[in-house]
Design a binder for this molecule. Structure first.
Ligand code: ADP
Ligand code: MG
Length: 291
């Protein structure tokens, strides 16, 4: 592209809060054929809320108190939502020791002398917890698009806490726009397969890569590149930075973390998924058609 075309493109972007960090970014954007979007915080608002509490063999209040005690030590957005929910219900604070975070899986700690494990199915399996009859409830909640967190006390599964994270208002429209530009859209998520598929289905996304560990997102992007795709990765989190760097084009949601914003080639200041197809149209020089 000529310097003038680049200045015009950058100017059009800036008016919409779509910031191209350099001229190469504007040129790369025109060649993108695959857009990979992180689920939590990018396609969804990243503000999970507890929707269901299923206790097995213990009172609901005890399940909440034990879980909240562990989650108070965690920085995960799911943890914050569970703590808030428990506090709103006035459950007592319990003593915690030996907290351990298991990235992409959950956490555990000793609470009032008992070992409390909170997280996904893989974590339970790895720790030798027999999930038993709660599996059916967990699967049902996941099929409904909720993130179902399992809780075990002293090696026995005692509950499921489900959380929902609403899609951003424009996520489905953004996917439709990208499809109209003949761009393939892929959802990337650390969440479980059933939950991710359900949400993807609602947004019109047909390719889902789920249950990806935080450290493995970049490798998933590289796999797509090896298959010949020119990939843009859109993300918001600290975990997303290596994937943003690996992609042909890294796009950060403006409301995201500093690390993601620093690593990205393009920053969407309005945190609006619709700005992804707009960035592509600017790159392709077809913005005129949208106005
Ligand atoms: P995402 O990519 O959706 O942000 P993560 O990779 O952080 O997800 O975590 C993947 C999954 O691990 C979560 O969907 C959840 O089931 C489980 N998990 C991780 N951390 C926690 C936690 N502190 N409490 C409960 N569950 C957790
Ligand atoms: Mg995220």
């Amino acid at each position: 592209a000529t310097p003038t075309a680049i200045m015009v493109g950058a100017g059009l972007g800036a008016r919409r809060g779509v910031l191209f960090k350099n001229a190469t970014a504007l040129e790369t954007v025109a060649r993108i054929d695959t857009v990979v979007m992180d689920k939590t915080g990018t396609l969804t608002k990243g503000e999970p809320e507890v929707t269901d509490v299923v206790a097995d063999g213990i009172p609901d209040a005890d399940l909440l108190a034990l879980t909240a005690a562990v989650e108070r030590e965690s920085e995960h957005p799911l943890a914050a939502a569970i703590v808030r929910y428990a506090e709103e219900r006035g459950v007592p604070s319990l003593d915690v020791a030996d907290f351990r975070n298991v990235p992409g899986h959950g956490a555990d700690a000793r609470v009032a002398g008992r070992r409390v494990l909170v997280g996904n199915r893989k974590l339970m399996v790895a720790e030798g917890v027999e999930v038993g009859s709660l599996v059916a409830r967990r699967d049902e909640l996941a099929e409904a698009g909720r993130t179902a967190v399992l809780v075990a006390v002293d090696g026995r599964a005692v509950g499921v806490i489900a959380l929902a994270d609403a899609p951003r208002e424009t996520s489905a429209a953004a996917v439709a726009e990208l499809h109209s530009l003949a761009v393939e859209v892929v959802m990337l998520s650390g969440d479980n397969e059933a939950t991710a598929r359900r949400i993807a289905g609602r947004l019109g996304i047909d390719t889902v890569i789920a249950e990806v560990l935080p450290g493995d997102k970049a490798a998933k992007i590289a796999e797509l590149q090896r298959a010949g795709k020119r990939v843009a990765m859109v993300g918001d989190g600290v975990n997303d930075a290596p994937a943003l760097a690996q992609a042909d084009l890294g796009v950060a949601i403006g409301a995201g973390t500093d690390v993601a914003i620093e690593t990205a080639d393009v920053v969407l200041m309005r945190s609006d998924p619709l700005d992804v197809p707009i960035a592509l149209r600017i790159g392709k020089g077809t913005l005129r058609k949208m106005r």
